[in-house]
Structures are given as C-alpha cells and as structure tokens.
Design a protein around this ligand. Structure first.
Ligand SMILES: [Ca+2]
Ligand SMILES: [Ca+2]
Length: 383
C-alpha cells in the first residue's frame, strides 16, 4: 500500500537534502506529492470500495536491427508503432475483510482474463487469495507492468519467471511488513518454445490440462520500512532496503522444473538499485535414461542489475540496466547474451502519464552475432 510510508532512517536524510539540492537547484521542488501515487478513480459504496484500473502502453520503434524479433524479446518485428499493453478492470475492498481484482488484457485474439482473484483478510497477519494472479516468485515480475523505470521488465525475468496462474496463495506479514512471506499451489506452468517468451500465462478458463501442479514460495525482508510501489524513488526518502528470495517446483508430466531466485531493491533520495538472480533446472519427469530421443536436463540462469536516478524533482529520470542471460548453462552458444539498456524517463504525473525513450544493445557472447539492437519510445497512461 502506497500510504504506508512512515518508517524512515534519519541519517541518510541529510544526504537526501544534499542530493536534492544539487539535482534541482535552490528553487527546485524535491518533495514528492504523494497524492499522485494512488488510484485515479475510486468509488465508495459504503460496504465496498472500488477502483478502476487501466493500463495503456504504446511503443514507437524508429529504428532497430534487422534481426530483432518479438519472439526473441525485442520490442518489435520491424520499425513502427505497437500497442504493447491495453488493460482494463476493477479492484477493491468489501466489508473491510475481502479484496479482489478483475481485469482484462487485449491480445491478438481478443480480450483475455488477466487478474481474477479474491482475497480474505479477516485474520491478522495472514491472508488467503484464490484465483488467477501472479505467483509470488520474482520481484521484477510481481511489480506492476507500468511501475518500472524502464519500459519493460528485464529480458531475463520475462524469460525465467512464471507470471500469472490460477491457484491458492497463503500470504502474511510480520512486524508491520518488515517480513513478508507467501506460498501457494497453482496450475502447472508451461514454457513457450522460445527462451525469451518464457512461461505462458493464462489458462484460467480452461483449467489445468497438460500439467500437474506447481508450488511456489517467497519471503522478503524490508528492515528499514516499506519501499513503496514501483521502481523509481518518487518519495526521495532515506535509505530503504528490500531483500527477497523465491522458489518454485513445477511437477510437470513430461518435465519437472525447479527454480530459485534472490533479489535486492534499494532506494534512497531519488536513487534506486535493483538486482535479481534467477536460476532453474528442468529434467524429464520419467527417466528412461538410455533413450536418446528424450531431451536431457537443462539449466538456465539470468542476472539483472538496474540503477536509476530522478534528476529533476519527480519529472526526469535516467535508468540503466545490465543483464546476463544463459539459456543453457552446459552450452556456449548464442543463448549466452549480455543485454545493456539505457534510457531517459519523463514523468508528467508519475506512473500515470509518462514517456520513456531507451536504447538496448544485445551482445551474443558465442555463435552468430545478431543485428538486434533497438531504439524505442513508450508512452504510458495508467489509471
Ligand atoms: Ca550457455
Ligand atoms: Ca547483437
């Protein structure tokens, strides 16, 4: 919750003041207006409160290399414009003990169910959530698609983290959010053919069909108080630190996958630093060990580090990201990549209305070198 921003450490505040002075000048307004962070449209019906949610992201790619492709994680198949995300829905509370969310996401085929869940919060320190939503695994994955500093999540996270599934989550917190934990059981995950396309998301309406269940757990620590929603540090408060770790086991019928991740998020005085290491290994569920047709086990990893700073008040930001991708740790091939992305962000109303211009370079460490760098402008409106 964005309103829970009380705990501060006082020592870094002096540093904050110094940074704010150098970045905005004597007349600069470094203090954030927290009212811009909440939902834009909130209706209160007494027993229930309801917020409209919506996300519209349009991308313009004036230039990119000839080898860049969406299936490979690049912004487009050819220079031009693309609606990256068009989403609409509602979320809210009822009777002070139930929260819920129902939203749709535009796809090439029409509209797909995105989030569809209800949570029971009637007990202190523990909650139960049923339905389709993101599984509690990766910090980058769980952060809202419109809440990053760069236009999209890291390639490594999109390739490695499971996102939404239908299932049951039990989650809780200790010490007013200093420790948070979550665990759950979900319909099994299903990977796309392409490494960069990662896990498929919604089989919400069809239910579980080709897999068994997947189990996910996550814990995170925020010893210096809440970090606030999203990646950029609009609040410009003193040092806040979050460390987390996630684990999943996907008990597939043909492939069993075990994944783990660790992550870090640090915010201070308009600066943010985020890092995440994701690892998984998949192996055939049944082991006819001598059959050469059955693919052997495969291990993958991705390392992400991102740093950004709000240069002017809460309007102009600079962010850079480094990624190391490895889609098979036993092979040296084109799947071993370094990706460097850098960009400038202009926020008119924080995450509600912003424009992001960024350049991405992908370096294939082995094998064929691909012409897949890209330049992209994204404009976002979020309710
Ligand atoms: Ca490799
Ligand atoms: Ca390249």
């Amino acid at each position: 919750m964005s309103t829970m921003r009380r705990l501060n450490s006082t020592i870094p505040l002096a540093l904050c003041a110094a940074l704010a002075f150098t970045s905005t000048g004597p007349a600069g307004v470094a203090h954030a207006d927290e009212s811009d962070d909440g939902d834009l449209v909130v209706l209160d019906g007494g027993f229930a409160q309801l917020s409209l949610i919506g996300l519209l992201q349009t991308q313009f790619v004036p230039w990119q290399g000839d080898d860049a492709l969406i299936v490979s994680g690049d912004p487009a198949d050819a220079p031009g414009a693309r609606v990256r995300r068009a989403r609409f829905g509602v979320k809210g509370w009822a009777w002070g003990e139930v929260d819920w969310e129902l939203s749709l996401d535009a796809t090439s085929e029409g509209m797909d169910l995105l989030d569809a869940w209800v949570g029971y919060r009637g007990l202190t320190g523990i909650g139960f959530v049923i339905g389709a939503r993101k599984v509690p695994y990766s910090r980058f994955a769980m952060m809202g698609a419109g809440d990053g500093a760069l236009a999209d999540r890291p390639l490594g996270v999109r390739a490695m983290a499971p996102f939404r599934q239908v299932g049951l989550t039990i989650e809780g917190d200790v010490g007013n959010g200093i420790v948070r934990w979550a665990l759950g059981a979900y319909n099994g995950f299903s990977r796309s053919q392409s490494f960069n396309q990662g896990y498929r998301e919604t089989t919400a309406l069809e239910g579980n069909r080709f897999t068994r269940l997947a189990y996910v757990a996550r814990a995170e620590l925020a010893p210096l108080g809440p970090l606030g929603d999203g990646m950029p540090d609009f609040s410009r408060k003193g040092l806040r630190l979050g460390v987390g770790g996630g684990f999943y086991y996907d008990d597939g019928k043909t492939v069993e996958t075990l994944g783990w991740e660790v992550d870090l998020l640090l915010k201070v005085c308009g600066f943010h630093f985020a890092a995440e290491l994701l690892n998984d290994s998949a192996e055939p569920a049944d082991q006819p060990s001598t059959d050469p047709v059955v693919p052997g086990s495969v291990s993958r990893m991705a390392l992400v580090a991102e740093a950004g700073y709000l240069l002017i008040g809460e309007q102009l930001g600079l962010t850079a990201r480094f990624e190391l991708l490895d889609d098979n740790t036993d092979l040296d091939n084109g799947g071993d990549q370094i990706v460097v992305t850098g960009g400038v962000q202009y926020y008119l109303h924080r995450q509600h209305l912003k424009a992001q211009l960024e350049f991405s370079h992908r370096e294939e460490l082995h094998g064929l070198s691909l012409d897949n760098d890209s330049l992209m402008l994204q404009v976002q409106f979020e309710l």
